[in-house]
Design a protein around this ligand. Structure first.
Ligand code: EPU
Length: 337
């Protein structure tokens, strides 16, 4: 394998920020992936796995080898109402959701239009409108970068949490996800409870929504609120919604009765980071080409030629003002390279 050198990663990432990868290669088969992993190991170089590039902020030259995962595979088996699908890590998430919805297979329709690839979905346990990918997850296959061996991870082993998994924590940089298996249904439970979704359904006069209705509503909501990465660089939510203790939540609620908070099963509360940022006056703010989206304060945008440092600078100032005003610390959701 001979990797390319000095490749601009801007076209491979949704923030569209220019930064060069020292070495770059694509893996379209497991053999190509193993070869690339072995090459980086023998050269003693760090390795970086790039999927759809929708959750990455580039801040400098990326040292070592960037492997762009292009593993494509779609296998489905149906037993009664149960549908099991095995999807290659390189498939585009939204294409897969559309493919499922077209066939009437329900479970992941609330996650329509989430940018990125299937391999990245379990990594950060993507979620939207009341559903996380974990709810349909069965297992995944991954390559151990130290040995090149393939291993299957069950749902428990992935230890999914809010935008979390074992691959972001204990096993960070240790495995490359190659395929993910989901369980869907031809007679699924419909999740229409999230406020934006129920409002959109009412607007459309839909009382008993189908999988296709939810899919169409979610697409409409996202197109209204979130910037299209093809038109304006961004990486979706830049920060996570902060989770605070019950006592902190109730003190904040006393002071700010309109603060949206969502009680968690363990008694803690998840706060709407977008609301906190919005209250600090950041929505629509712009400093040079780094900005805050005009319709969703949680999304930072690149209006054209912002660099990573400018986005980080803006993010840091937002974190500071939310901390000063509410005493709450915002954690980045985006990976910084
Ligand atoms: N809000 C504001 N100002 C804003 C935007 C929202 O006050 O500028 C308020 C809303 O009124 C609402 C609350 O904040 O009460 C939450 O807003 P929203 O429903 O838009 O959801 P979010 O918590 O900001 C999360 C996910 C999104 C996902 C939506 C919908 C995270 C970090 N983000 O955003 O995921 O699409 O819920 O389920 O959990 C992503 O991860 O990239 C992403 C876009």
């Amino acid at each position: 394998m001979t990797p390319l050198s000095n490749i601009d990663l801007a076209p491979y990432t949704s923030f569209r920020i220019h930064a060069v990868a020292e070495y770059f290669t694509k893996a379209t088969t497991i053999d190509e992936l193993l070869e690339a992993v072995a090459w980086a190991r023998t050269q003693g170089l760090p390795m970086h796995i790039l999927g759809g590039g929708s959750n990455v902020l580039l801040t400098k030259t990326v040292k070592g080898l960037v492997i762009h995962i292009r593993l494509m595979e779609r296998v489905a088996s149906i037993e009664g109402t149960r549908v099991t699908v095995r999807i290659g890590a390189g498939e585009t998430w939204h294409n897969i959701v559309s493919w499922m919805v077209d066939r009437g297979w329900g479970g992941l329709e609330n996650l329509a239009l989430i940018p990125g690839t299937v391999g990245a979905a379990p990594m950060q346990n993507i979620g939207a409108y009341g559903v996380e990918q974990a709810s349909c997850f069965v297992e995944l296959d991954a390559i151990d970068v130290a040995t090149g061996e393939s291993r299957t991870f069950t749902k428990d082993e992935c230890a999914f949490g809010y935008r979390e998994s074992v691959f972001k924590r204990e096993l960070r940089d240790r495995y490359v996800i190659t395929a993910v298996t989901y369980r869907l249904s031809t007679d699924p439970v419909i999740h229409a409870g999230y406020r934006d979704v129920s409002d959109e359904l009412s607007l459309r006069g839909i009382v008993q929504p189908t999988v296709g209705d939810i899919y169409a509503c979610v697409i409409a909501i996202r197109q209204r609120k979130l910037p299209d990465p093809r038109l304006i660089g961004n990486a979706g939510s830049f920060f996570k919604n902060p989770v605070v203790s019950a006592s902190v939540a109730s003190a904040l609620r006393d002071q700010y009765p309109l603060l949206p908070l969502y009680q968690q099963p363990d008694g803690s509360s998840k706060l709407a980071a977008a609301w906190l940022i919005d209250q600090c006056g950041w929505k629509g703010a712009r400093e040079g080409d780094a900005g805050v989206h005009a319709h969703q304060a949680l999304v930072l945008v690149n209006h054209g030629s912002a660099d990573g440092a400018q986005i980080i600078d803006l993010a840091t100032r937002i974190q500071q003002s939310v901390h000063d005003r509410f005493g709450v610390d915002l954690e980045r959701e985006v990976n910084v390279w």
